[in-house]
Design a protein around this ligand. Structure first.
Ligand code: VGL
Ligand code: ZN
Length: 202
């Protein structure tokens, strides 16, 4: 069992990121078994859910003529335009049916504002608008985090980098993550996490 100040953060293990989903990550469902095993080891357990309204600005089909996986400029910086995914209340937004969500203390939803995406569990993509997760963790006395889930190079990496910037000790369990790997994004994310002092394990 990990110390009481050490939390497991499970990122976006949802149907749309698993094989057959709208934004399927290769082997995305392979994270379910290792994460289920990890859940028993942590006193504080948080799961996140990507949770977009239908008119979300990150969906390519909300930008006439834009191709999925192209990049556009938003007021807060560059933004990948994704296939429509994790729409609030749809089956694609549900957690993978095999994920043990009952042991979770907190479910944190992100990406619910139409005009801004939110990869990180801590801040939206302007890197300034908080989700509230930092306050939750600090008020529970958490200082150290282990992250797992989908996708390594987007929501997991952004969460890990923000957590390190906030002063948490951060480990990413790569054996319990899978990546999208868009134009070298996995290698770049791994390098950024290493440079930020994130421990990459598994
Ligand atoms: C994610 C792209 C768009 C993720 C979420 O969970 O990594 N990626 N929305
Ligand atoms: Zn999303």
């Amino acid at each position: 069992m990990q110390a009481p100040d050490h939390a497991l953060i499970v990122i976006d293990v949802q149907n749309d990121f698993c094989p057959g989903g709208a934004l399927a990550v290769a082997e995305g469902d392979a994270v379910v078994a290792p994460i289920n095993a990890l859940l028993g080891d942590f006193a504080v357990r948080v799961v996140t859910q990507d949770w977009h309204p239908a008119d979300h600005a990150s969906f390519a089909d909300n930008h006439p003529g834009a191709a999925p996986f192209s990049v556009t400029e938003m007021p807060y910086g560059p933004q990948v335009l994704w296939p429509r995914h994790c729409v609030q209340g749809t089956a694609g937004a549900d957690f993978h049916p095999g994920l043990r969500t009952d042991p979770a203390d907190l479910v944190i939803r992100k990406g619910f504002r139409a005009s801004i995406d939110s990869y990180s569990a801590f801040f939206e993509n302007d890197r300034a608008t908080p989700t509230g997760l930092e306050g939750y963790l600090r008020s529970r006395g958490v200082t150290t985090l282990t992250l797992a889930g989908l996708a390594t190079d987007f929501c997991v990496a952004y969460s890990a980098l923000d957590a390190a910037r906030l002063g948490f000790g951060v480990t990413v369990r790569l054996d319990a993550c899978r990546a999208i790997d868009l134009d070298g994004s996995l290698a770049a994310a791994l390098e950024q996490m290493r440079a930020a002092g994130v421990s990459l394990q598994g």
